[in-house]
Design a protein around this ligand. Structure first.
Ligand SMILES: Nc1ncnc2c1ncn2[C@@H]1O[C@H](COP(=O)(O)OP(=O)(O)OP(=O)(O)O)[C@@H](O)[C@H]1O
Length: 275
């Protein structure tokens, strides 16, 4: 039998593509430099500089209105900055791409509320995510290939839902839905994962599992978590993660959770202490 007919083999041409233009020779996956954006004269992002390594877990904290969501919107192409540069690796100019092209280049975003397809099974949700944006109906028309099934199983195992593949996603717990949505992002093989307040509304046990999942993804991905829950941030950043504090649209401080909690500027503006 020719190699072409050996269906168990994963051929390069059927593997989801990581953008061939992505160059992370310097280990930096995301460069944001001198970014500013104003809404009706109000500077939501103000000369922001942020550098993310290709394999790190970065927590972004900051008071309400600090610019966290706007920063994510700029990275994903939802909001265009007034000035500055945003590069994915050394070669991909994010400001030259639209939202779809940015997602295809390898940036996945998970919003706070889970948005899984409640009437589909976990298996189908993962399969659909792998096939997007090609064709929703391909899910029903084409039988999945062995390499696709393997990938679904791998991801299901990563997110701890390997025993729930036949279940309707609408029947999952809130935490499981959040993990499924992370799994759906993983099916598209992103290099950068932007995750907005994943712990909100979860039980303690689910929070611990989520921290474990996100930490396990760093190393092979860059994971950025925007979070208000400081206990969760501490758990996430234990073991070397960096925390960046946004304030008035700029990075006020960066470091380990201990460094951040002892930083006088942070205590003053973020925790509301005078000194
Ligand atoms: N489309 C918009 N039009 C006008 N103002 C906006 C717009 N988007 C954001 N802002 C303002 O920009 C500032 C930063 O908002 P942003 O949502 O990025 O902050 P945040 O740090 O995510 O806050 P939160 O923690 O409350 O979600 C806020 O003052 C907000 O009101």
């Amino acid at each position: 039998m020719s190699g072409f007919m050996q269906r168990d083999e994963v051929f390069d041409f059927v593997k989801p593509q990581v953008d061939p233009r992505l160059n992370i020779d310097k280990s930096i996956l995301l460069y944001l430099e001198g970014i500013s954006v104003s809404f009706d004269g109000f500077k939501a992002i103000n000369d922001l500089n942020l550098y993310l390594k290709h394999d790190e877990l970065r927590c972004i904290i900051g008071p309400n209105g600090a610019g966290k969501t706007t920063m994510m919107d700029i990275i994903t192409g939802k909001t265009r900055p007034d000035c500055g540069t945003a590069f994915f690796g050394q070669t991909i100019d994010l400001l030259a791409l639209d939202e779809t092209a940015i997602a295809e280049a390898g940036i996945g975003r998970k919003f706070q509320k889970p948005t899984v397809f409640e009437s589909l099974t976990v298996q189908d949700c993962l399969e659909l995510a792998m096939r997007q944006p090609r064709d929703f109906w391909s899910l029903y028309q084409a039988k999945s290939q062995p390499h696709e099934r393997r990938k679904i199983l791998d991801v299901a195992e990563t997110i701890g839902l390997q025993d729930h593949l036949p279940r309707l996603s609408g029947d999952l717990s809130h935490g499981q839905k959040q993990w499924l949505e992370i799994g759906m992002l993983l099916m598209q093989q992103p290099r950068l994962l932007l995750v907005d307040e994943p712990a909100a509304g979860m039980t303690h046990q689910e929070i611990d599992k989520t921290a474990e999942l996100l930490r396990s993804l760093a190393g092979t991905h860059c994971v950025v978590v925007v979070e208000h829950d400081m206990d969760f941030v501490r758990t996430l950043s234990d073991g070397g993660g960096t925390v960046s504090v946004l304030h008035q649209g700029s990075v006020l401080a960066e470091g380990s959770m201990d460094q951040i909690q002892n930083n006088t500027d942070v205590r003053r503006v973020y925790l509301g202490e005078d000194n």
